[in-house]
Design a protein around this ligand. Structure first.
Ligand code: NAP
Length: 338
């Protein structure tokens, strides 16, 4: 009997959060792998802010998802049939797939075997030993470069990237202040992820809180958010500060990027602001995973996952990262790992 494949496809480009008529859950025959390909049964899909930007008709580092195509997302799964030398049945791989039960992979940039990494915890692979952990590592290690005793601020600190990035700075000996939405998240940032302090940006005066928590200024700011929070932190930079431009989640739903007035402080503080794209460091992912695994083994790294159940909940999960529904990595369980 033919294997059937459920997929969430794009029907209409969303305006803001994704609403029911923007996508459709369809059932189609599963694709057959051709020579040089393999078929993967997805176990978990990661839900990234970028997945929402790919639904807009805007050029980016990947082409927009076209109407009728599967909503793109990173995932992990198991090879169930193979017609290539790179993968055997049972191998666990991470890949850029989508909200779908099955997908085809090739031996290329977007598919990485993880079986050899000795990692059996699929959610942990998505939250740490995949693009999210690599993003935190390259952004903080290469661009932020925190030193012992320096003050590091991380926005979206209770999220997947921010929670790991802040811990990397703390391991380097920095004093780390998170910014997150709500008292529960701020408590988790300090008590679970081990930050020194956390500011609730939804409560009170952000400028005053930054001044209180960063009396000598901010040496490194790891920015996941942009907008008003970026502007406020730019106003508190220390001399020679580094601003890591990781993401701009506050503007992904509107597509509007209000300019930060306090950018003039980059001049006054001889500071720098640099963007980066973790996918450009694909050839160095092993370096990132080795460091993360060592810290994990040493008990220095905490990761959390927020897991939704079933393909039907993928869109809710995607919307959830814009409403702050996640602690740690947002993901959806699609099927049971063997
Ligand atoms: N440069 C790269 O290579 C790269 C790679 C991957 C991801 N990224 C970027 O990294 C950032 C974090 O992504 P992630 O996947 O790890 O997501 P995440 O941090 O796990 O989830 C997003 C969090 O952002 C916060 N947020 C949402 N809307 C906000 C707003 N308007 N203002 C302030 N905070 C808001 C929410 O937390 P609160 O409840 O605390 O508000 C939410 O939980 C994104 O900007 C993403 O684009 C960059």
């Amino acid at each position: 009997m033919a294997l059937m494949n459920r997929q969430v496809v794009l029907r209409r480009r969303p305006d803001g959060l994704v609403v029911p008529d923007d996508t459709e859950l369809v059932t189609v025959p599963s694709p057959e792998p051709a020579d040089g390909e393999a078929l993967v049964r997805i176990t978990y899909v990661g839900v990234d802010a970028a997945a929402r930007t790919w639904l807009d008709d805007q050029p980016g580092y990947l082409p927009p998802v076209q109407l009728g195509e599967v909503v793109r997302a990173a995932g992990i799964g198991e090879i169930v049939s193979s017609r290539c030398d790179a993968y055997a049945v049972g191998d666990v791989v991470t890949m850029l797939a989508g909200f779908t039960d099955y997908t085809i992979v090739r031996d290329d940039l977007f598919c990485t075997p993880v079986t050899g990494m000795d990692v059996v915890d699929h959610p942990a692979v998505l939250s740490v030993y995949g693009p999210t952990g690599a993003t935190a590592y390259f952004g903080m290690h290469d661009v932020g470069r925190p030193e012992a005793g320096q003050t590091v601020v991380v926005s979206a600190a209770a999220g997947a990237t921010g929670s790991i990035a802040g811990q990397i700075a703390r391991i380097a000996g920095a004093r780390v202040v998170g910014i997150a939405g709500g008292p529960d998240k701020c408590r988790a940032v300090v008590e679970d992820f081990g930050f020194d302090a956390c500011i609730d940006y939804r409560e009170g005066d952000l400028d005053a809180a930054l001044k209180a928590h960063c009396p000598r200024g901010v040496d490194v700011y790891f920015d996941n958010v942009g907008g008003e929070i970026l502007d406020a932190v730019l106003g508190r930079l220390a001399a020679n500060a580094r601003v890591v431009l990781c993401g701009v989640i506050s503007s992904y739903l509107t597509g509007e990027h209000p300019g930060p007035a306090n950018y003039v402080n980059l001049l006054a503080r001889t500071a720098s602001m640099q963007g980066f794209n973790a996918l450009n460091e694909w050839h160095r992912f092993d370096e990132a995973f080795a460091a993360l695994r060592q810290w994990d083994a040493d008990g220095l790294l905490v990761h959390r996952e927020t897991v939704y159940e079933g393909l039907e909940s993928c869109v809710d999960a995607l919307n959830g990262i814009f409403t702050g529904a996640n602690l740690g990595k947002m993901m959806v369980k699609i099927s049971e790992p063997t």
